[in-house]
Design a protein around this ligand. Structure first.
Ligand SMILES: [Zn+2]
Length: 162
């Protein structure tokens, strides 16, 4: 199905030396963690269930992000624009000895996708860290909604490291 979302995904394709590496070849790379990769796959396809999408479908829902409780939950917000997920990602970057500012997630993904196909260990580690961070952030978001758990950035980072 062609829509504006597919164009966004195409922008994530890596173009270098006249060749294109499709995003899915990068997301499903050989050392991936299946659960984390599934979340990244949904993210790249813009199919992850977020409250702004539920509202757009006419579902009555409080659209406030349950992690930061400051802004509406959208895909862009949930991944890296949210102050909580940003803090998680920054802490994980430091643990991986990667020092970058957190960009909106599309820019962050584009940066990783431009480099990860080169199979450098550090870049693969960066992608692995990002995908697991996104997965754990998403899992905590669901635990807050469905189990009433608290948000504890240090605890989430410890889960990611394990
Ligand atoms: Zn938030």
């Amino acid at each position: 199905m062609e829509d504006g979302n597919d164009q966004w995904v195409e922008e994530l394709a890596v173009r270098e030396a006249g060749t294109t590496v499709e995003w899915w070849k990068i997301v499903w790379y050989k050392r991936h963690v299946p659960r984390a990769t599934f979340v990244m796959w949904l993210l790249c396809k813009r199919r992850l269930m977020t409250k702004d999408r539920m509202k757009a479908w006419g579902i009555q829902v409080n659209t406030m992000c349950v992690l930061c409780r400051q802004q509406e939950e959208s895909m862009e917000h949930h991944f890296l624009e949210c102050s909580i997920t940003s803090r998680i990602w920054q802490k994980i970057q430091k643990l991986c000895l990667v020092y970058r500012w957190s960009y909106p997630y599309s820019a962050e993904l584009s940066w990783i996708f431009r480099h990860v196909h080169r199979t450098k260990f550090a870049v693969e580690l960066c992608y692995l860290a990002l995908s697991i961070s996104m997965y754990c952030g998403r899992r905590r978001r669901n635990e807050v909604i469905f189990q009433g758990k608290n948000i504890n950035v240090v605890e989430i980072v410890q889960q990611i490291v394990q």
